[in-house]
Design a protein around this ligand. Structure first.
Ligand code: MN
Length: 261
């Protein structure tokens, strides 16, 4: 039985000219979906969930490598989701897919991620969403396994729905499709960065700084996104927008906070 065609908005944070978004579009096209691309007109990685409030946004047509038209926006990934859903697609959207990001969005990366924030924005508007990332910064990227899996998972939305305020965060290892070991449903892991701040001095002796850092090489916990990708699996983590630390509510009340004057 053929999967019904979905109306899918594709966006990213690496910009509309990045190879990952085009690989994603092609895989969704091949699966028979109606794909519209609306993405930042320049790289906006690590922009988090920022939105543009204090200046106008512009949309312009961009010819994609297959000759079709996409929409480049002057704003952030979250802006693109708003523009794409409400204007370009006039609310006729079944699913938003953000990616494929060049780089991991594992563990706490999701809090910085423009890729994941685009999916969050879709969920806030009321459209289900996936974020897809290739967990490698290498130059040579195997996009096909991640793209094919994203298209397969997108097809599930014809028959399945996500609970409220929930999105799916997908990370794929940088392996040829034939070498990917399978798929694991995971929890959000934690990854510590070390040497996050590098302080240098310019020729005038004034300090300047580079943010960055390397991943601390510790053993990832079983069942996490970090672990699964490290073992060669595609990781799928359901992410909830409710960031409340529910397990701590009781103890916090025991601090006497509610009795404070
Ligand atoms: Mn990115």
């Amino acid at each position: 039985m053929a999967t019904p065609s979905l109306r899918i908005l594709v966006t990213n944070d690496d910009g509309i000219h990045a190879p990952g978004i085009f690989a994603l579009k092609q895989a969704l096209d091949a699966a028979g979906h109606a794909v519209t691309v609306c993405a930042p007109d320049r790289p906006r990685s690590a922009s988090g969930h920022s939105i543009t409030l204090h200046k106008p946004l512009r949309l312009h047509e961009v010819t994609l490598p297959d000759g079709t038209i996409g929409y480049g926006a002057s704003g952030t990934p979250a802006d693109c989701v708003t523009l794409g859903i409400l204007d370009v697609m006039t609310n006729q959207v079944d699913l938003v897919v953000s990616g494929i990001n060049h780089g991991p969005n594992l563990g706490w990366d999701v809090t910085y991620s423009g890729t994941v924030s685009a999916a969050m924005e879709a969920v806030i508007i009321g459209i289900p969403a996936l974020a897809v990332s290739l967990a490698s910064y290498e130059k040579n990227i195997h996009w096909d396994g991640a793209a094919r899996f994203a298209a397969l998972l997108a097809g599930r939305f014809a028959t399945h729905s996500l609970p409220p305020a929930t999105l799916l965060n997908i990370n794929a290892p940088n392996l040829p499709q034939s070498e990917i070991r399978g798929v694991r449903v995971t929890t959000q892991g934690d990854r510590q960065y070390v040497d996050r701040l590098e302080k240098r001095h310019d020729p005038m002796g004034r300090p300047y700084y580079w943010l960055g850092g390397k991943i601390h090489d510790k053993e990832a916990a079983e069942g996490t996104d970090v672990k699964a990708v490290g073992q060669g699996y595609i990781s799928v983590t359901p992410i909830h927008l409710d960031l409340t630390a529910h397990a701590f509510l009781r103890d916090l009340r025991a601090w006497g906070v509610e009795e404070m004057p």
